[in-house]
Design a protein around this ligand. Structure first.
Ligand code: 5AD
Ligand code: SF4
Length: 448
């Protein structure tokens, strides 16, 4: 056991991760690097020599939650090294230490490979950010959370600069990973028994723009063709870059799942314009129509924001109307959160809290009905499910369809991380329930 006051190599760690799948995947790298240096996962946060907060700041609520937990941990675990990385580290750097004196180490994506070293040297307070060059992060060891499913970043950063969004300011400009590096990683994962890969990026559709001759459609096809890979998913798609050639590869390639996550954000043209999204509502509706033409039954989910500055009742009605017109299978809904440094932070006419709340509730009610009816449509069908994790009630496990919908299964019939065929028997709330007909593949090395 080594406390930060004495320096030295920590022996156990605990990581608290906030935010998106990219952050969760970064955490897998942190775990890989730490375990390679001989550090083991602590049984809980109070037992760890080093506690790392991998932070998110896309909305103020995520940031406030992280600050609260960092402060609480720093005052409770005084002998542990408290470290902060992720979006808040990239944005605030050393300022984190003045705002929260209990923090011992602030490090950036560019320092992940030096983490073991930094922790050893960190006998007080240290800030090591470097410049963002996450090309190297992708080659670091990683401790994957599932033997059957894996996340694969295909690009980092974002060039879209939507007016409300902090991501380009903390994750930098878009950089695509080399094509061969991605396909090689997928090949190795498939050799290890991985059945499903999810290609990750803030805007995966623009993959390869700065590489010679590479495109997302080509990448999707190459990834799907790696022997052993059964399911390929990807997110997030920007509607403006969702080309016909991507939709065609999806429809013609059996391994690519019938699932599209296409954030619309708003159904009002003037709000879309103020957001700098680069498309209007008709264009969005056409993209969905084209996807459904090529892939009848494709599952479509989205992100929607309410209360962008200047949003009127009419604008909001247009969003409700678009949601009804598309009939999204699922949606992540957010209340606009002002982020310092973004273009929208300077915009006037913020929507009052009471109106925000009303609009958010109306939208949530509408989407709950749509999600419920999409799940009801599954009842009576046979679906292929990858068993992801235990459900909150220990008697069930969470299975994911190819369309990313959740079907709960009795735990005793469905081994964790296996691929099963199941009949959907009922639906309600945010999940359906089913019965296992057959286990297609137990987790483990691949031999088909
Ligand atoms: N306020 C609220 N929601 C936001 N998102 C991004 N930035 C903000 C913000 N400032 C939402 C968008 C995006 C999702 C990942 O988070 O809907 O698609
Ligand atoms: Fe943010 Fe827009 Fe980039 Fe998505 S596309 S990460 S919302 S700037």
């Amino acid at each position: 056991m080594t406390g930060h006051a004495s320096g030295g190599r920590p022996t156990s760690y605990f990581i608290r991760t906030f935010g998106c799948q990219m952050n969760m995947h970064d955490t897998e790298h942190l775990e890989g690097v730490l375990e390679d240096s001989g550090c083991i996962l602590a049984v809980d946060i109070t037992q760890a020599d080093v506690v790392i907060f991998n932070t998110c700041m896309v909305r103020k609520s995520a940031e406030d939650k992280a600050w609260g937990q960092i402060r609480a941990t720093a005052s409770r675990n005084q002998s542990a090294v408290i470290a902060v990385c992720g979006c808040m580290a990239e944005r605030y750097g050393v300022e984190i230490m003045s705002r929260c004196p209990g923090v011992n180490l602030v490090f950036g994506l560019d320092s992940f490979d030096r983490l073991a070293d930094l922790l050893e040297r960190c006998d007080g307070r240290l800030c090591d950010l470097g410049s963002i060059d996450d090309a190297s992060i992708d080659r670091l060891p990683s401790k994957r959370s599932s033997p059957s499913a894996a996340w694969i970043p295909v690009s980092h950063g974002c060039d879209r600069f939507c007016s409300y969004c902090i991501v380009p300011l903390v994750r930098g400009r878009e950089r695509s990973r080399p094509f061969d590096e991605i396909t090689e990683e997928v090949r190795r994962l498939a050799d290890d028994g991985v059945l499903e890969v999810t290609l990750l990026g803030q805007n995966v559709n623009s993959y390869g723009r700065e590489l010679d001759g590479a495109s997302f459609a080509g990448l999707l096809e190459a990834v799907a063709n790696q022997p052993g890979i059964r399911r390929v998913k990807f997110e997030t798609s920007h509607p403006g870059d969702l080309s016909d050639s991507i939709l065609r590869v999806m429809s013609e390639t059996a391994e690519v799942c019938e699932y599209l996550h296409i954030p619309v954000q708003s159904g009002s043209n003037s709000i879309l314009e103020a957001m700098g999204r680069g498309y209007d509502r008709d264009y969005y509706l056409q993209r969905v129509e084209r996807a459904r033409e090529l892939m009848p039954g494709v599952v479509v989910s989205t992100d929607i924001m309410v209360g962008f500055p200047g949003e009127t009742d009419d604008d909001f009605e247009n969003t409700m109307d678009l949601v009804r017109a598309v009939g999204f299978d699922a949606a992540f809904m957010f209340i606009y959160s002002r982020r310092e440094g973004t273009a929208a932070a300077a915009m006037e006419n913020e929507v009052s809290q009471s109106v925000l709340k009303e609009r958010f509730e109306a939208l949530s009610r509408l989407q709950s009905r749509l999600t419920g009816s999409s799940l009801s449509n599954l009842v009576g069908s046979t679906v292929e499910l990858l068993v992801e994790c235990e459900a909150r009630s220990g008697e069930y496990v969470v299975g994911r369809t190819r369309g990313n919908q959740v079907v709960l299964l009795p735990a005793e019939d469905a081994p964790l991380h296996s691929l099963v065929e199941a009949s959907v028997t009922s639906a309600g709330g945010h999940a359906a329930r089913g019965r296992v007909d057959k286990v297609i593949r137990e987790p483990g090395r691949s031999t088909w």
